[in-house]
Write a new protein. Sequence first.
Length: 282
Amino acid sequence: MEQAIVYSGFSALIIPAFIFGSIIGSFLNVCIYRLPRRGSIIYPSSHCPSCRTPIKPYDNIPIISYLILLGRCRRCGARISLTYPIVEILSGVVSALIVWRFGITPKSLFYLIFLFSLIVVTIIDLEHRIIPDVITLPGIALGLIYNALITSWDGFASVLGSFQFTLSEILRTSDEFNIINSIFGIFLGGGVLYLIGFIYEFIKKREGIGMGDVKLLAMIGAYLGWKAVFFVIFIGSVVGVIVGVSIILFRGGGLKYEIPFGPFLSLASALYCFTNGFNFGF
């Protein structure tokens, strides 16, 4: 009975969570537009990219304003990118799913920050083929801080005296202590992609994986731990190959067609958050 009441309470928060997420999505759009252009995300206020006219509050309502204005600036009539409502809807859906899956908890806030960051990374990588350090580097630190806060330091101190710096010992303690899991996730995530990129560049004599992807996977490892790294690389690679082959076949391009890897890593990370890697040994 108590579980049913709790579930009902969380269900009632899904719509407010969607509204909250869509509002955050409006700010994420500012980040997506300005970060690649090295602009401030605080000043100036939101404005039309074409005529530079400040956007009135009633024209800045997530999703709704886009529909009312039919996707055009009220003053100059310039077309507003469809990316804006897509990001707002996606942010709202992510927020609602987090509340539905985890309720109102510190873990929910942690996952929201993580997934909102991945939305920004995905759109910027798709549009500009870059992953800003201003997202990934603070993300690595935040992942470490969160996992440090939820680590049982008393228990960690009790095993520290007998700790042996072997791979098996690190793996064993990573299941018990979040901070070890996070640290190992950073080095494994960044290290695996860096090694793959190094080998590819050595063989093909051209860059195959950018450092932005390396830092992104290190951030993912910091948040989700080392087990998630294997899941994210595997699922991200499979989906990336399927999408890449489809695009090449559809467009008739060659095998050198450039496809950003960040969006697939982000998608796989979101999937891991909600499924815990399907519990198939990840």
